[in-house]
Ligand binder design. Structure first.
Ligand SMILES: Nc1nc2c(ncn2[C@@H]2O[C@H](COP(=O)(O)OP(=O)(O)OP(=O)(O)O)[C@@H](O)[C@H]2O)c(=O)[nH]1
Length: 507
């Protein structure tokens, strides 16, 4: 879903504006809604639709409706996410072919939308589910359409009907459907002509075919790259026949894609599948809420990768990472680490960027180092830095916690309670331990720069057992389980690797 990454990122950036202040004022909320709106418009989502979304979010955030003490920040996020889901979900259950019954499904769409390819994908999908599909080529307009469908049908081993010399699509559709019914095929799929533009001819022909074969479902196939005009095109099809489902194709391309999503609004029919490749298996079941969460998740990962790159850690603290992994982590490195945390920004914002279980891992880490609100965590880090600043150069170079007899002096020198000094030493041990586990995950001999960029799943698909063991040790108890086990963790790493690869390509 490469093309929608920008949209996801735009939304995540907008969420970032929600900030962490205790008070969330209307001006901030307006700015966030405006940014989400801009991101949608940039992705070619129809303007009237964006306006609707905006009104809806605002009405959900009506102060009269908000319970006292509710977390407004969460409410804003939730309201926006719910409205995005609504954008792609008309709330109508899609047609599902039923086994043991004859199901006739007619495919319509513009020429080049990917209709013929999608017909084959669809047949294969249901063939795998135990249906007996058959294909009918009622496209009498495009030269070569017959051969193309025939080739596809042969490849996926699905019976095929068509007549090369017959010019009347009504005749083909009718005889074809009747023949396949007699032969007891339970999923009869009819491919109809696509035309260059929305022509009255095409639409009339389509209407006649539909009236003749009376399909159980009419599927509109739309190319994701058609942008703003998607809405009008879908509406034109809808004005002639009852579109029951929409399939959006070529989501693997570089188009903005948001326009095609608005087809839902124009036809008031659910999107059932997404096509994301030329192969016959490149068809994915569409689910509105998981689509939106993936969209935002992809944006999150992108933002996270950006953020880490922007930190410039290897320039600011060239030895910190190499020392951490190389048994040489010292007090001074710990100070650099706190500075890095400060650059990263509030803990909760960082957590929101890390999808799913990874956010929980960060939360656990926060609990381990004392927990509390963003302000608590930031305040504690500032105190740690004050203590570190009262150390002598010799102490700063130490790679072990300082001996307890020095604690009172550090407490006095920094104006912090003794407990805080003890706490700092505990945290130091935790960091040093983490470094040892990181060492198990990475190959040896990497430069700091390479370590920062290192993703164990950049060039392979699975972690090796040693890496798995190290990650299991590094995670607080229970966390890995929450992330969906090792495979959940691998999944996240793979997504990050994808984002990095794409960035490498410059797009
Ligand atoms: N990358 C990518 N290409 C696709 C996808 N779906 C279809 N295509 C390609 O798009 C091109 C056009 O697809 P067709 O299936 O021939 O288009 P059509 O809409 O049936 O065209 P007509 O029969 O003229 O109406 C072909 O090269 C397909 O391989 C997809 O999801 N991703």
């Amino acid at each position: 879903m490469s093309m929608l990454v920008d949209l996801g990122k735009g939304i995540v950036d907008a969420f970032g504006k929600l900030g962490t202040n205790l008070i969330l004022d209307d001006k901030t909320i307006d700015a966030v809604i405006r940014d989400v709106t801009m991101a949608l418009l940039k992705a070619d989502v129809n303007a009237s639709y964006v306006q609707k979304l905006r009104d809806e979010v605002k009405s959900q955030l009506d102060p009269k409706k908000i319970a006292e003490g509710a977390n407004k920040r969460d409410l804003v996020r939730q309201a926006i996410i719910q409205s995005l889901i609504k954008l792609v979900d008309p709330g109508i259950p899609p047609f599902q072919p039923k086994k043991g019954k004859t199901n006739v499904v007619m495919f319509v769409g513009l020429q080049g939308s990917g209709k013929t390819t999608t017909v084959a994908k669809y047949a294969r999908y249901y063939q795998r589910k135990g249906f007996k599909p058959a294909l009918i080529c009622a496209d009498t307009f495009r030269a070569g359409a017959f051969e193309q469908l025939q080739q596809n049908a042969t490849k996926i081993k699905v019976p095929f009907w068509g007549k090369k010399d017959e010019t009347d699509p009504l005749v083909i559709a009718e005889t074809g459907v009747n023949f396949m019914k007699q032969e007891k095929f339970d999923l009869i799929i009819v491919d109809t002509s696509g035309r260059h533009k929305q022509s009255a001819d095409l639409l009339n022909e389509m209407e006649q075919v539909a009236n003749t074969i009376k399909p159980d479902d009419i599927v509109l196939v739309m190319d994701s790259s058609i942008g703003q005009s998607a809405y009008d095109q879908a509406a034109a099809f809808r004005s002639k026949v009852k579109i029951g489902s929409v399939i959006i194709t070529k989501l693997d391309g570089h188009a903005k894609g948001g326009g095609a999503l608005a087809a839902v609004a124009a036809t008031n029919s659910p999107i059932t599948f997404l096509g994301d490749g030329e192969g016959f298996d490149a068809l994915r079941v569409f689910n509105p809420s998981s689509f939106i969460s993936t969209l935002i998740g992809a944006g999150d990962i992108n933002a996270l990768v950006d953020k880490i790159e922007g930190l410039n850690i290897t320039k600011k603290a060239p030895d910190m990472i190499t020392n951490l992994v190389g048994d040489k982590f010292c007090m001074k490195d710990m100070r650099s680490m706190f500075e890095m945390f400060e650059d990263i920004g509030p803990v909760s914002q960082m957590m929101e960027m890390i999808p799913g279980g990874m956010g929980r891992m960060y939360e656990n880490l926060r609990q381990q180092t004392g927990g509390g609100s963003d302000e608590d965590v930031a305040g504690r880090m500032r105190k740690f830095v004050t203590i570190l600043d009262s150390m002598t150069p010799k102490e700063l170079a130490m790679t072990k916690p300082l001996p307890p007899e020095r604690y009172p002096r550090l407490a006095r020198g920094s104006g912090q309670p003794l407990g805080m000094v003890e706490y700092l030493m505990q945290s130091f041990k935790l960091f040093a331990k983490m470094g040892q586990q990181m060492k198990q995950i990475m190959p040896s001999g990497l430069s700091a720069e390479e370590m920062m960029k290192y993703n164990p799943l950049q060039n392979k698909n699975k972690l090796d057992p040693r890496q798995q063991a190290a990650i299991a040790k590094m995670m607080p108890p229970g966390t890995l389980q929450q992330m969906g086990g090792m495979s959940g963790f691998e999944n996240l790493m793979r997504k990050m690797a994808d984002v990095e690869k794409q960035k490498g390509k410059g797009g």
